[in-house]
Structure formats: C-alpha cells, structure tokens
Design a protein around this ligand. Structure first.
Ligand code: TNX
Length: 772
C-alpha cells in the first residue's frame, strides 16, 4: 500500500513539474539583452524551417547566419536555407530597419509561428543570430549530431543594442605562443558574446610573432627563445626550463585570421610594442638598441632596460615594420604599446641625448612622448590612428592618440579630460591573468584577485567625468597576459567564464546590470563550454572566505560562492569536510583561538570545487580598526589596511595572498581598539624578499597609548634584526592595558648598489600585525 501511494505521489509531482517546465520559458542570454519581454510558447526548428530576406535586405545578410546554420546543421541535422518565397509560418524573416540607432542594434520577435528579425546592418543580424543560438538548447554546441531533442527557442520580444562601440578582448601570444587554431577558437568565443575587438599582442621581450618580410630575422631569431624561467617572477633563486620554444604567424596566416574574424564581425587590432618591451626585436637587430647588444630573446618575465634607441635608423626600421602591419590589418587602429619603458639606456646614450637637445626635450619622458608622437604622425599618413597604454600620457599625450587605461582608471580619466579617446582596461577588474579564486588549489598566477563578480561589478563610466567627457570612453577590454599560462588549457581556464562578465559590462548600461540574474545564466554557458570542449574554471562554485569585524568576537569568517543557491559545509577541527559536515549558516568566529577552517560547496548534493582551507592565528588586533598613514597624511593601502588584522598570514610567492603592499614615504600604522585591551607582545610581520625590491623597514618603533591620546615608545627594531627573523619585528612588555598601539615605519629606502634593482625605491609588504 505504502509503495503504491509513493508511486502515485511521485507521478503527480512529475506531472506538476513537467507542467511547470512547459509553462516557464528560460532565457539564458549573455550578454543579457537591453530589453527582453518574455512570452508564452516556443518556436520549433525543423527540416522545413527557412530563412527569408525581406525587401531591401542585402543578400550578404545571409552570411550573418552562417554560425547558426552551421550549428543547426551539425548538432541538429537541420539544413536552414534562404528561401525568398513569402511564407508566414516556420520561417525566420529578416527585415531592414534603418531607424535603429547602432550598427549592432536588432529587434528579435519570436512567436510559435515565426521569428522576425529587424536590423540596420549585417552586424545587427549577426547578433540576433547569436541570441537565437543561446536560446536554443545548450546541446546546439555539440560537435556531433544529437538526437531526441526538441530544437526550440522560447517566445519573446527582444530589443537590443550595446552601450559601447569598443568591446575588446586581448591576447598576449608573446610570453607563450598560441596556435592559429587557438586564435580562431578565441575569436569564435569573442563573437558568441557579442564582443567585437580582438587586441592581438604580437611583439614583446619574449617573442616577436609576426612575419615582417623586410626584416626576416625578427621571426627567424626573435620568434624563439632558448629558455624560460620556471615558477613565479618573485621566486628566488631563479629556476630555468631549458627547452627552446616559440612560433610566429606568416603574413598569409595573419590574413586568414583577419578574414576569419571579419566574418564574425570582429576587428583585430595588432600591437607592435615600442619603445619598451623590445628585447626580441633587439636580439634580432641589436643595431636599433642604445648599446648595440648582443641580446637574447628574454626567458624571464618583467620589464627590461634595453629598449629601442631614438636614433634615426630605428625610426626607419619601425616605419618599415608598420608599413607592412598597416598593409595587412584593415583596422583603423594600430596599437603601439608605449608601456613600461625604462629610461636608463636613453640617459646614457649619446644619440638619445643629442635627440633631446635638438628637439628641445626637457627629460626622457618627453623623449618617449616625442617617440609616440612621431609614430602617430607616421601612421596618420597611412590613414591609421594609434592606441597606447596609459604611460603615453607621461611627457605629454600625442594629439589624437587613444589611451588604454590599465594602471587603474586615472590615466583614462586624465585622457578623457584632455579630449582624447579612452579604452578602460584597469588591472583591478579587467586582468584575466589575476587569480579568480583564493583557494590554494589554484594554478600559479601573476597575483591580484579578480573573481567573476569583480569583473561584473566594474563600472566603465567613472563618476569623475562629465556627461560630455563620457563620449571619449569608447569602451572596455579585458587583457590576457600569458606569463603564467603556458598551455592552451591554462589560458582557457583563466578566460572562461570571466569573459562572460566582460561581455555583459561592455554591452549593458550600468543600470541594467544585475549580478543575480547574470550568475543564474552562467551554468548554462558552462554547459555550452563543455560541448565546445573548452576548459573553463570552476572558481564560480568555489568558496570565498571574507573576514569581517565582529563586535562580540573580534573577527568572523563569512563564506560564500559566486554561484547562487549553493550549500556550504565546513569543519573547524582540521578534518576534511564531507557532505555530512555541519551546514554553514552564518559567520564563524575565528579570532579567539587558533583554528583551521575547511569548507566545501555543494549543489544538489554534489561537491563542486576543491576545499577551502585556511588557518587563523590568535590575535587581539583581530578585526580592529587600522589607520595606515603616510608622512603626508594620506591614508593608503589595499583594503584600507584591513587585511593587516585578519588573522591570516601571507602566502608566497608574494603576489599570492594576503599581503598589504606599500611603496612611498615613511608611514605609521595605528590600531584603535574598540575597548581597552591588556597586551604584552607586539609583532610586525613583513616580507624581506630583496630580489624583488621588497625590504623590511629600516627601522620600526612601537608605541602604546593608555589614554587613547598620548603615546609612549616601548621598543624599537632595526632592519638587520628583522632580516634575520624572516621579516618579523617583535617587542614584549609587562602586561599593559591600552586603547591604541602604533608603529612608526621608516622605509628601507633606495635599493643599494650591490643588490638586484639597485637605485629603485624599496617596497614594503606586510601580512599581519599581531597583538597578544
Ligand atoms: C603589465 S599591462 C604589462 C604586461 C604584463 C602585465 C602582467 C601592460 C601594458 N604591461 O607587459 O604582461 O603587466 O599583468
């Protein structure tokens, strides 16, 4: 009897479920359309579905459907052909609509009988087709025929148009070479998400990747290197991988990629780096350096002192190179780099100093500016505009240059105020070489932390600009620097699905962004990625730990995931969490005793990512207010200094987590306790890793305040003592009840002569201030 009842109930539930499925249409479109009005019902594709180009629609519009047609053919076995006999059922009708605002704009109306698309230009039809593709079941991305599927799209009316005309993704093929096939796949992905620019970073210290016919050595020699550093740039001592690597694209191959991109409404902007990041070129033609060389194609990451010399022959050479580049790429822009160009060689170079005198340039920054202006003028003569990284602002901006703002947004703001165009690509939101999760299981990356939400949260129109200046923000771009991405799988892991957030920020106005909705669209995109054979990251499902001050306990750990609707289970006794471990429901106190928190995330009972695992140390400063102030009175540092008292010790390499970094004048750090605390030990824990200019302070003096107003010194630690104690400075006292403690930091200062990076200012890295 019981069994029967159960079966009956299940059947009933199933019925209700399938009934509600049939009722509820799902629209997982990324980037989300500007306006979508859902409606009931579905349109079903079958053998008889055809494409109809309405009156006045150019025949080339049919090409805008080639991906959709190919997918329907491959995965669904359906041949959709253009057929101009007027039909009103089972048809996709394209109509010309010249009143639409932008070339990408389209209107898509799906009813059970037909699909109508209006657009002004082929790009609009192409984007409508990408929307249809995303409305089809995810199996449409399959490389093989899939049977037993209803190939339907849910009914709705969409009016869509992008906020930005420049929606870019960049790829560095110099640090690690990407095959032609990979580059094409990359362009496919750009097109799927309605991005329209591929910024191809073709030359750098570690490789020259584009054939230049007049200078064959650029690729014969410059496209290959004999060795590559292993591990992180900050590791010491240096380890090497002695395998020869490299590659380049012939001009024929480049033409093929340009055509491939054009079919997908993607423009390729090539980047030829100058005057810095030029080692591969100088290894091939040392005569264009200041010293004459010889040089090797670089196997290390970083910034190098040997750059293009400003003597006349170099300009002749670069103009020849740009002649060929401009001849190949139809793009109106050519990117000429301009970033990270050390001036040390120019300072000692007779030719460069002569050039400065002749041109009346007051310093080497103006010489760099002269360089860029000259190239701008030359390219202008060929009908091209230049883009440069924000360093091109230093020493005076070239009149028509477009600035790519990567060191934050300040460069972009300054350029827009000067009336120059800007592409925003700030590292804190748009660098896909930064970590996307803090889990220790993450593959080595350069540093930083840009999870999916942070990309999504990026606000492309800075508040600092006026309405009028906004028109100079052409759009945004994410950058994929590949120092730490040696394989195709690794590059894919860093790009997918963060590129989806980029696409939505580039397409939707700020007011239409909605992370909750966006994150609910991500799982279906991931399924698509699986069918496409892409290696996407699961960081979306992994645990994010965030410490927050707590009145009662000092510090609480909050756990979350980027993905909605996940369950979190955890342990605090060092054991591995399982599906039976306690369910996380709210902040875990972490400051009263040393604990290890381990946690896993689950979806429908399935563990979705590697465990979170973090040790918290005992610290009376936990969660207390921190004031980090430099000699000029500026409060500075990442998180406002909050990570100095989060009970988490820093991890190496230094970029990894949880460091507070600072470069500047002497400073003080003050802890303001919420209530008087009895203390007997103070520890200032810094890193002393001199190979990357990171030095413990020259001196640090510890103060306490019993009344909260006056301070008294309780000890002093010198650099040498810290260096001998792994960067730690410690003072003890008989127990004292205090309201505040303060540390006066004297910066180490300039890196000494006999050390790596001599002459540069030292940096300070602090992981924690510990009070016991
Ligand atoms: C800085 S972004 C660079 C690149 C590096 C990148 C690593 C820029 C204009 N220059 O050369 O690859 O940082 O994040």
């Amino acid at each position: 009897m019981r069994l029967k009842k159960y079966t009956y109930l299940t059947a009933l539930l199933f019925l209700i479920a399938s009934f509600s499925f049939a009722q509820k249409n799902e629209y997982n479109i990324i980037p989300a359309p500007l306006n979508l009005k859902p409606s009931k019902g579905i349109f079903i594709f079958n053998e008889a579905t055809s494409l109809q180009l309405g009156k006045g629609v150019s025949p080339e519009v049919e090409n805008a459907f080639f991906i959709l047609k190919d997918r329907l053919n491959t995965a669904a076995g359906l041949m959709i052909t253009a057929n101009n006999t007027a039909r009103s059922k089972n048809v996709i009708i394209c109509r010309q609509n010249n009143s639409l605002e932008k070339k990408e704009s389209y209107i898509l109306n799906i009813t059970p009988a037909k699909i109508e698309i209006e657009a002004r230009e082929p790009a609009g039809f192409f984007y409508a087709a990408q929307t249809l593709r995303q409305l089809l079941p995810v199996t449409i991305e399959s490389k093989d025929l899939v049977s037993n599927i209803k190939w339907s799209v849910p009914c709705c009316r969409i009016e869509d148009s992008p906020v930005f005309s420049y929606r870019g993704l960049h790829l560095d093929v110099c640090r690690n070479f990407a095959s032609l096939d990979e580059v094409k796949t990359y362009i496919d992905q750009i097109a799927l998400l309605k991005l329209n620019i591929f910024h191809w970073h073709l030359t750098d210290d570690q490789g020259w990747r584009i054939e230049i016919r007049k200078y064959p050595k650029l690729t014969e020699m410059g496209a290959f290197r004999d060795r590559t550093m292993k591990g992180h740039h900050n590791d010491y001592p240096r380890q090497w991988d002695n395998t020869r690597t490299g590659g380049y694209y012939t001009q024929e191959e480049i033409k093929e990629v340009i055509a491939y991109a054009a079919e997908r409404f993607v423009t390729i902007i090539p980047e030829i780096e100058m005057p810095g990041h030029a080692t591969a070129a100088l290894a091939s033609y040392p005569e264009y350096s200041c010293s004459g060389g010889p040089f090797e194609v670089e196997g290390r990451w970083g910034v190098f002192n040997d750059v293009f010399c400003t003597r006349e022959e170099t300009f002749d050479f670069l103009e020849d190179v740009l002649d060929e580049v401009a001849g190949l790429f139809p793009s109106e822009y050519i990117h000429i780099g301009g970033d990270e160009c050390p001036k040390v060689r120019w300072k000692r170079c007779h030719a460069c100093q002569e050039r400065m005198k002749e041109e009346g340039l007051k310093d080497e920054h103006e010489l760099q500016s002269y360089f860029v202006r000259r190239m701008e003028k030359y390219l202008k003569g060929k009908g091209k505009k230049i883009i440069g990284w924000d360093e091109i602002l230093e020493g005076g901006l070239a009149p028509d240059a477009t600035v790519m703002s990567w060191r934050g947004i300040a460069g972009g703001i300054a350029a827009a105020r000067q009336g120059n165009d800007v592409i925003m690509t700030p590292s804190e939101a748009m660098y896909f070489d930064f970590y996307q999760s803090r889990l220790p299981s993450q593959p080595l990356a350069i540093g930083g932390y840009v999870p999916l939400e942070k990309v999504y949260a990026y606000k492309a129109m800075p508040d600092e600009l006026t309405e009028d200046q906004y028109k100079h923000i052409l759009g945004i771009q994410a950058n994929v620097w590949t120092e730490y991405m040696p394989t195709r799988a690794q590059r894919e892991y860093m790009i997918f699905p963060r590129v989806a957030a980029l696409a939505e920020v580039a397409w939707l106005p700020e007011a239409k962004k909605n992370y909750k909705r966006f994150s609910s669209d991500i799982p279906s995109l991931m399924q698509r990625y699986s069918y496409m054979g892409l290696n996407y990251s699961d960081a979306f499902y992994s645990i994010i730990g965030n410490t927050v001050p707590d009145k009662e306990t000092g510090l609480k750990l909050e756990l979350s995931t980027s993905a909605p609707g996940m369950q979190i289970r955890y342990t605090v006794d060092g054991t591995e969490p399982t599906i039976e471990s306690p369910l996380y429901t709210g902040g875990i106190p972490v400051s009263d005793k040393e604990i290890v928190v381990k946690a896993i995330s689950l979806k429908d009972g399935k563990i979705m990512s590697p465990p979170y695992n973090q040790t918290f140390i005992v610290n009376k400063a936990a969660g207390q207010q921190i004031i980090f102030e430099d000699a000029q009175g500026n409060i500075s540092g990442q998180n406002g200094g909050g990570n100095l008292t989060d009970c988490i010790m820093g991890k190496f390499p230094l970029g990894r987590f949880d460091w507070f970094s600072y470069a500047g004048s002497d400073a003080t750090v003050t802890i303001v306790f919420d209530k008087p605390k009895t203390i007997s030990e103070l520890i200032f824990s810094s890193a002393n890793q001199n190979n990357v200019y990171v030095y413990s302070p020259r001196n640090i003096e510890f103060f306490i305040s019993e009344d909260g107003g006056t301070f008294r010194s309780i000890g002093n630690v010198k650099h040498e003592q810290m260096a001998a104690a792994d960067g730690k400075a410690e003072v003890t006292t008989s127990p004292l009840t205090v309201k505040k403690v303060k540390m006066a930091i004297s910066m180490y200062g300039v890196v000494p002569k006999d050390k790596i990076g001599a002459g540069n200012p030292s940096a300070l890295f602090v992981d924690e201030i510990i009070v016991r």
